[in-house]
Design a protein around this ligand. Structure first.
Ligand SMILES: Nc1ncnc2c1ncn2[C@@H]1O[C@H](COP(=O)(O)OP(=O)(O)OP(=O)(O)O)[C@@H](O)[C@H]1O
Ligand SMILES: O=P(O)(O)OC[C@H]1O[C@H](OP(=O)(O)OP(=O)(O)O)[C@H](O)[C@@H]1O
Ligand SMILES: [Mg+2]
Length: 283
C-alpha cells in the first residue's frame, strides 16, 4: 500500500484534496479524519499538518507528500520535489515598519520574528549577518507592534497583511513557493502504484494549466493559424463539409489563451471555442 501525506488544513489543503479527487482518488468525508484508505487504488492517505509533512516523508515513514516548497525547505528534511502543483503560490519576504528605505544590510543585530526560522537563519548566514531569530507560530505581522521584534520574515501572497499592519517588504524573496509533491531524497522507487499517482496528479495539474481550443479555419490561412496554435505535439486537423475550410484543435496555455483567440479572430478564423480539460497524459 502506497502511503501519501496530504495537508489536513490551511492554505494548501483544499487544492490538494481537489487535485487528488480529480486524479481519481478517494476524498475524506469528514475534515477531522486523519486517514483515508483507498484500496481500489492501493493508496492510504494521511492528513497531517503541512509543516510536518516533509519530516514524515524525509524519514521514509511515508512514501509521498504534498506540502509547500517553503515548508519543506524550512523543515530541513531530506526530500526532493517531484512535481510543482501550481497552487498555494507565495513569496517569502523580509518586512519592517513603513517610513524607511530598508535593505537586508539593516537586519544585522535586529530581532526578526518568523514562523520559518531555519529558512531565515540560513539566509542571514549566507549574507554574513548576525541577528536574533524569534520563532512565532502565526500572526507574525503584529509582532513588531507588540514589541517582540524589529522586523519580520513571512509569507506574502497579495501583500494585504503587510499593508494592513503598516509594514513594507524589502530584499529579494527568500523562497518563491507553491504546493509541491515530494519524496524522500534519492527515493525514486519504481513501484507501479506510485508511478500511477505521480502521472495522474501531473495529468490534472497540466490540464489545469491548459485549455482545448477548437476553431474553423479558412485553408488559405492555415499555415499562419498553426503557428499561433502549435499544440503540444502538433494540432489536429479535420476536414469540414466546405472544402475551403478546415477544423483545428490544439491545447493552449491558459495564460495566453485570450491573446491567442484574438489573434486567430484577426487572422480570419471563426467559431473559436475554448473548453476546460480535466485531466490528460500529455507528455
Ligand atoms: N495567503 C497565504 N497564507 C499562508 N500560506 C500561504 C498563502 N498562500 C500560499 N501559502 C502557502 O501555504 C503554506 C502554509 O500553509 P499552512 O497551512 O502551514 O499555513 P496557513 O494556511 O497559514 O495555516 P495556519 O495559519 O493554520 O497554520 C506555505 O507553503 C505557504 O507558502
Ligand atoms: O499577503 P497576504 O495575501 O496577506 O497573505 C499572507 C498572509 O497570510 C498568512 O497568514 P494567515 O492568515 O494564514 O495567518 P497566520 O499568520 O496566523 O498563519 C501568512 O502567514 C501571511 O500573514
Ligand atoms: Mg498561516
Amino acid at each position: 500500500m502506497l502511503r501519501v501525506a496530504v495537508p489536513n488544513k490551511g492554505a494548501l489543503s483544499e487544492s490538494s484534496a481537489e487535485i487528488l479527487q480529480e486524479a481519481g482518488y478517494r476524498r475524506r468525508s469528514d475534515s477531522k479524519d486523519l486517514t483515508v484508505l483507498d484500496p481500489a487504488n492501493g493508496v492510504e492517505f494521511f492528513f497531517l499538518r503541512p509543516k510536518d509533512i516533509a519530516i514524515y516523508v524525509g524519514s521514509g515513514q511515508l512514501d509521498l507528500g504534498i506540502t509547500g516548497r517553503d515548508l519543506a525547505l524550512d523543515s530541513g528534511a531530506p526530500v526532493d520535489e517531484l512535481l510543482s502543483l501550481g497552487f498555494g503560490r507565495s513569496t517569502f519576504r523580509y518586512a519592517a515598519p513603513q517610513g524607511k528605505d530598508w535593505s537586508t544590510e539593516d537586519l544585522g543585530g535586529l530581532r526578526i520574528a518568523t514562523s520559518y526560522p531555519n529558512l531565515v537563519k540560513a539566509d542571514l548566514a549566507a549574507r554574513g549577518l548576525e541577528a536574533t531569530v524569534i520563532r512565532l507560530d502565526g500572526a507574525v505581522e503584529i509582532s513588531i507592534q507588540l514589541g517582540v521584534a524589529d522586523a519580520i520574515a513571512d509569507v506574502v501572497e497579495s501583500g494585504r497583511s503587510l499593508r494592513q499592519n503598516n509594514l513594507v517588504a524589502f530584499g529579494e524573496s527568500l523562497c518563491d513557493s507553491e504546493g509541491v509533491l515530494i519524496e524522500r531524497a534519492g527515493g525514486g522507487s519504481t513501484d507501479k502504484t506510485r508511478k500511477q499517482l505521480i502521472a495522474r496528479v501531473q495529468g490534472v495539474v497540466f490540464a489545469q494549466q491548459y485549455l482545448m481550443l477548437d476553431y474553423d479555419c479558412p485553408k488559405s490561412i492555415l499555415d499562419e493559424a498553426v503557428k499561433i496554435t502549435p499544440g503540444i505535439e502538433s494540432p489536429t486537423l479535420s476536414p469540414m463539409a466546405d472544402e475551403n475550410w478546415i477544423a483545428v484543435r490544439a491545447m493552449v496555455s491558459r495564460k495566453v489563451h485570450n491573446t491567442v483567440m484574438d489573434d486567430l479572430a484577426d487572422l480570419g478564423a471563426k467559431a473559436i471555442l475554448a473548453s476546460d480539460i480535466r485531466s490528460c497524459r500529455a507528455f
